[in-house]
Design a protein around this ligand. Structure first.
Ligand SMILES: [Zn+2]
Length: 90
C-alpha cells in the first residue's frame, strides 16, 4: 500500500540518517500507524495524518549559511568545507 499513514510510518522508522544532513539517528521507532525519529544533529521528524512533518528542523543548513557569511567576512579560510561544519560529514 502506498500513500498511506502506514507507509509513512514505515519509511520514517527506517531512516538511519537525517534526510537533510546525513547525521545518524539517535532515537527512533514507532508502531504500525506512527513513527518518530530524532537525529544527532537535533532534527526530529514524526508522522501524522498527512504524512511526515518536521518537529525540530535540522540546524545544519543554517550552520552552513552562517559559515558562508563568516567566510564572506574573511574570517574563515575559503577552503573550509561545508562538511567540516556538520557533526558527521559524509
Ligand atoms: Zn540533520
Amino acid at each position: 500500500m502506498s500513500g498511506s499513514e502506514v507507509e509513512a510510518a514505515k519509511i520514517l522508522a527506517h531512516q538511519s540518517r537525517c534526510p537533510v544532513c546525513g547525521a545518524g539517528v539517535c532515537n527512533g521507532g514507532g508502531g504500525a500507524h506512527f513513527a518518530s525519529a530524532t537525529f544527532s544533529c537535533g532534527a526530529m521528524f514524526e508522522t501524522y495524518s498527512a504524512g511526515v512533518r518536521a518537529i525540530e528542523a535540522c540546524p545544519c543548513p543554517s550552520n552552513i549559511a552562517a559559515a558562508a557569511l563568516t567566510r564572506e567576512a574573511g574570517i574563515l579560510p575559503h577552503n573550509t568545507n561545508a562538511q567540516d561544519l556538520t557533526e558527521e560529514g559524509e
